[in-house]
Write a protein that binds this ligand. Structure first.
Ligand SMILES: [Zn+2]
Length: 244
């Protein structure tokens, strides 16, 4: 009797789960059987929240939408179920790009709101974009890593001040550059066993050229409307190229 009850309970949970997934990931059921890993992990609240925020980021953030378009055009189409993984992470890390599996890890225990999720997804997609277009030597060449970290900090909004503050901050441009240097340095030290001096040297060496490389945004998107404009320009660029 107890066994049967437990079975019924499990079945009910499965049913609720499928209803939930149907709302959140309607396309999953057109592929047939839902993947085991999804049902397996999604009972965890952190994981569900993380997946929902990821879905919103891919559908609503102009930064993310532009990068997904750019990846597709570069021949590296990103699939949400294949290329993203919501996981618990150590320390206060928010995310990472795993070049070996081409997966973006989102730290579900450290990302607590949508704005943060949008920034992390954008930041990691910039690494994925660099990986796709440039065959980055992430491990042997610290300058390659430094360049991508400078670009990710510069273009992801990591260093953008809230709009209200901008009006009062006259040293805005200086703040942005200092922030980008500082964040790139910290990111390198978080993922590589190099001395602070070597990391600093790598950032200094690549800064000028990598700070000025705004691809695929074509500008530094300081806020959502910048990113929207960049996305529109990107799509027009696409149209132009396809007419040539
Ligand atoms: Zn990074």
């Amino acid at each position: 009797m107890e066994g049967a009850d437990a079975e019924t309970q499990r079945e009910r949970e499965r049913e609720q789960q499928q209803q939930f997934s149907y709302q959140v990931f309607p396309e999953r059921f057109s592929e047939g059987k839902p993947k085991r890993s999804f049902l397996h992990t999604s009972f965890c609240t952190h994981n569900q929240k993380c997946r929902l925020m990821l879905l919103k980021a891919t559908e609503l953030s102009p930064f993310v939408k532009l990068l997904l378009d750019a990846m597709k055009r570069s021949g590296c189409t990103v699939y949400r179920e294949r290329h993203f993984s919501c996981e618990d992470c150590n320390g206060n890390v928010s995310g990472g790009f795993d070049a070996a599996t081409s997966q973006i890890v989102l730290c579900q225990n450290n990302i607590h709101n949508q704005a943060h999720m949008n920034r992390v997804v954008t930041h990691e997609l910039i690494h994925a974009f660099d990986h796709c277009r440039a065959h980055v030597d992430w491990f042997a060449n610290v300058k390659h890593l430094a360049c991508s970290e400078v670009r990710a900090a510069n273009l992801s909004g990591d260093c953008s001040l809230p709009n209200e503050m901008v009006r009062f901050n006259f040293g805005l441009k200086q703040h942005h550059q200092t922030c980008v240097r500082d964040r790139a340095l910290r990111s390198i030290l978080a993922v590589r066993k190099v001395s602070k001096e070597d990391a600093q040297k790598a950032v200094d060496e690549v800064f000028e050229s990598c700070f000025n490389d705004h691809e695929p945004f074509g500008r530094i998107p300081h806020n959502k409307s910048d990113a929207k404009r960049a996305h529109r320009d990107f799509q027009n660029r696409d149209r132009y190229y396809s007419n040539v």
